[in-house]
Design a protein around this ligand. Structure first.
Ligand SMILES: C[S@@+](CC[C@H](N)C(=O)[O-])C[C@H]1O[C@@H](n2cnc3c(N)ncnc32)[C@H](O)[C@@H]1O
Length: 244
């Protein structure tokens, strides 16, 4: 089931404030790691699945992409994206409902979105069709170690004085829907194992080029020592796959 949580006013306000303050892990972990996986984008036709406010779309266009299409389920996110999105085609659609002709793109990217999608294998199948042979599918998701826990509050287990003891992983093999509270109650994500995530690509004809589980760079860790905790458990999984 598709949940458009980013259009929930309380969720949207919290999420935007986090991104604007740079207090999330996007800018320090996910975005730098994602950039290391990108091929030279000059003259490529690019599709961004779950483009949000269009940061990556704008960067890809500025780097010389021939065309950039961003799709997203959230009107609010697209409204922000369109304010600075000259030259980019934004499509209001769920990833699950989007389709286009075979070989339309040279590169498909997706940042921190596919854990909101129930049928990930179907997305992998469609992306394979949309890409030209040799094209890349590069995406990040919340790490399965971060999405696994079910029925307990996911996250750090703390001692009586609030110090982080360890990160709770549970129900790892029990794939499917997870409900959590993140800016709003009842946020729906989908947990899949690392094996399922990678094998869906292989089963749909991709070869896996690179897998990343990033931590922050040293300078960021010196400026924000709390980022050292991100070495204790992997918050994100990034995959670069190539259409054979
Ligand atoms: C965490 S945000 C990431 C946005 C952007 N990719 C970035 O990294 O800044 C996830 C985005 O995925 C979108 N999204 C969630 N489920 C979706 C779905 N089923 N189809 C399309 N977009 C979806 C949300 O509306 C939101 O904009």
């Amino acid at each position: 089931m598709k949940q458009n949580i980013f259009d929930d006013p309380q969720f949207f306000a919290g999420y935007q404030a986090m991104r604007e303050a740079g207090s999330g892990l996007n800018a320090v972990l996910e975005q730098p790691a994602m950039r290391t996986l990108l091929p030279p984008v000059a003259r490529l036709r690019v599709l961004d699945l779950g483009c949000g406010v269009g940061e990556l779309c704008r960067e890809l266009l500025a780097s010389g992409a021939a065309s950039v299409v961003g799709i997203d389920l959230s009107e609010k996110m697209l409204e922000c994206a369109r304010q600075f999105g000259e030259g980019i085609r934004y499509v209001h659609s769920a990833i699950e409902d989007f389709d286009t002709s075979a070989g339309s793109f040279d590169l498909v990217v997706s940042s921190l979105t596919l854990h909101y999608v129930e049928n990930y294998s179907d997305v992998a199948r469609k992306v394979f069709k949309w890409l030209v042979p040799g094209g890349f599918f590069i995406f990040s998701i919340e790490h399965p170690m971060a999405t696994a826990a079910q029925g307990i509050h996911p996250g750090w287990i703390r001692d009586d004085s609030g110090h982080k003891q360890y990160w709770a992983v549970d129900c790892y093999q029990d794939e499917g829907q997870r409900k959590s509270t993140w800016f709003a109650q009842g946020v729906t994500k989908y947990h899949r194992t690392v094996a399922t995530t990678l094998n869906a690509l292989v089963d749909n004809g991709f070869s896996i080029v690179r897998v990343l589980e990033p931590h922050a760079v040293q300078r960021a860790e010196q400026e924000r020592p709390e980022l050292l905790d991100e070495r204790r458990r992997p918050p994100f999984l990034l995959v670069k796959a190539r259409r054979v």
